[in-house]
Design a protein around this ligand. Structure first.
Ligand code: BES
Ligand code: MN
Ligand code: ZN
Length: 479
């Protein structure tokens, strides 16, 4: 999709030729003297238009206005959150197969967060999945003009967010692909194609190289399937070699059947989304290529299927991780932590300034926080604060969870250094406590996106989260 940023006020919006014009109005809006303001004043006086977030009023070919359709939308207090509600309602109202060129006009100057959430919400509403359709529907909206009273002031925010959208859509497309169209090998192919972009390099390790590294925990998960594993190493080099990189690790389980600890059949198809963490890392790299910030970033993706078969791991098996720690696999469905722990150990070689892993790790996190906020765990308060802040300003929210050592009690076992599961209670936290054992040598955070990475039901599909959060965090670290 093609976004443009322009300076103009409501008076100029009157003459803007487009298939639909969305006018965003906050509670503090006062009508001026132009034709749109005249309509607005009447509608507000009659009580037909409220400026609360999410309220809309639609008009068809109003006299004296160049746009074919006009939607007035309330954005409440103008915060990122309420603006997003407003634009989402307006996009639903403007949904017509005829809207190819859309103009979104802010009646008053928006804040940074409001502009960001507007761009993300417009893209969200117009995304169409294409990969496995024989006759993909084309994307209806081709051009979006964003009109603000003073465009120059928010130009950098605009450029960042347009790049974020490219990354979000890249992540969505890969996460949405079914497991037979997104195997570890195909994911590695996507990473390699990203390496054609400026300042990005990619190296892919296969079963032999991974065995040589002694990633016994990662290999154990992959041994139940014929589909070969891949360990993907991406690098973005925007700063000198002396600058320590941030490492992003994405869980890349291309399908999670649960293994011998088999999952129930209903909704098992959704386990194709179990590589959403990996997809978010690919999406971030896609956006970094566009933005070229002066930072270094490493992306690590342990990718494999979790299947049951003649050679699959069994409950009770003990494996040796790359760190040397032995792990008793009490539940083969707790496979995410088994692939991530070896990636965490591998991350040590980069002497990172911080390591953030992103994973659809636990159903328990989905129960705890639902689909609104991702679960954030961090060993460093500074890193946690930076990630929470990045979430707020990108409206890609997360919430910090505890890591008290008492939560690790249940991971004790008589047969190995650690077990891969504890009891049902606090399942998102005990999973994080498992990972923390492998993250002692750097500042570390873990983002559990089990509840936020995709939507179920009629709107089933990947959300592209937390690409916006991660990108915001990385760009803020460049300053
Ligand atoms: N990929 C799942 C987590 C998941 C479940 C994400 C449902 C989204 C929706 C993960 O590999 C898993 O199976 N976790 C188990 C852990 C348990 C065995 C301790 C879970 O959450 O049930
Ligand atoms: Mn699982
Ligand atoms: Zn999983």
């Amino acid at each position: 999709m093609n976004f443009e940023l322009k300076t103009f006020d409501l008076a100029a919006a009157v003459g803007e030729k487009c298939d639909a014009l969305i006018v965003l109005l906050g509670l503090s809006f006062k009508p001026g003297k132009d034709a749109l303001s005249a309509l607005l004043a009447q509608a507000m006086k009659a009580g037909d238009l409220e400026l609360k977030a999410g309220k809309t009023l639609s008009l068809y070919r109003p006299a004296g206005i160049a746009a074919a359709r006009v939607v007035f939308a309330g954005t409440g207090d103008g915060s990122a959150r309420e603006t997003r509600q407003g634009i989402a309602a307006a996009m639903a109202a403007a949904k017509s197969t005829q809207v190819k060129k859309l103009a979104v006009c802010f009646a008053e100057m928006p804040g940074e967060g409001a502009l960001r959430s507007t761009i993300i919400a417009v893209a969200e509403a117009s995304y169409v999945y294409t990969s496995t359709k024989s006759k993909p529907e084309p994307r209806v909206i081709q051009r979006v003009v964003l009109a603000l009273p003073d465009a120059a002031r928010l130009k950098p925010v605009f450029a960042q967010t347009v790049a974020a959208v490219t990354g979000i859509e890249y992540a969505k497309e890969w996460a949405n692909r079914p497991a037979n169209h997104a195997t570890p090998t195909l994911l590695a192919g996507a990473a390699k194609s990203l390496a054609k972009l400026r300042n990005i390099q990619c190296e892919v390790l296969g079963p032999k190289e991974v065995a040589k590294l002694a990633m016994g925990s990662f290999m154990a998960v992959a041994q139940g399937t014929d589909e070969p594993l891949r360990f993907i190493v991406l690098r973005y080099s925007g700063a000198s070699k002396a600058v320590a990189p941030t490492v992003l690790i994405g869980k890349g389980i291309t399908f999670d059947s649960g293994g011998v600890s088999l999952k129930p059949a209903p909704e098992m198809d959704e386990m194709k989304f179990d590589m959403s963490g990996a997809a978010s890392v690919l999406g971030v790299f896609r956006a970094l290529a566009d933005l070229q910030p002066a930072i270094n970033v490493v992306g690590l993706i342990p990718a494999c299927e979790n299947m049951s078969g003649g050679r699959a791991i069994k409950p009770g098996d003990v494996v040796t991780s790359m760190s040397g720690q032995t792990i008793e696999i009490l539940n083969t469905d707790a496979e995410g932590r088994l692939v991530l722990c070896d990636a965490l150990t591998y991350a040590e070689r980069f002497k990172p300034r911080a390591v953030v892993d992103i994973a659809t790790l636990t159903g328990a996190c989905m129960i705890a926080l639902g689909g609104v906020r991702s679960g954030l765990f961090a060993s460093s308060d500074e890193l946690a604060a930076a990630l929470v802040q990045a979430g707020e300003s990108s409206t890609d929210l997360c919430w910090r969870m505890p890591l008290d050592d008492d939560y690790a009690e249940g991971l004790k076992t008589n047969f190995a250094d650690v077990a891969n599961v504890a009891g049902r209670a606090g399942g998102a936290i005990t999973a994080a406590k498992f990972l923390q054992r492998f993250a002692a040598k750097f500042a570390w955070a873990h983002i559990d996106i089990a509840g936020t990475a995709w939507k179920s039901g009629a709107a089933k599909g990947a959300t592209g989260r937390p690409v916006a959060l991660l990108l915001q965090y990385l760009l803020a670290s460049a300053k």
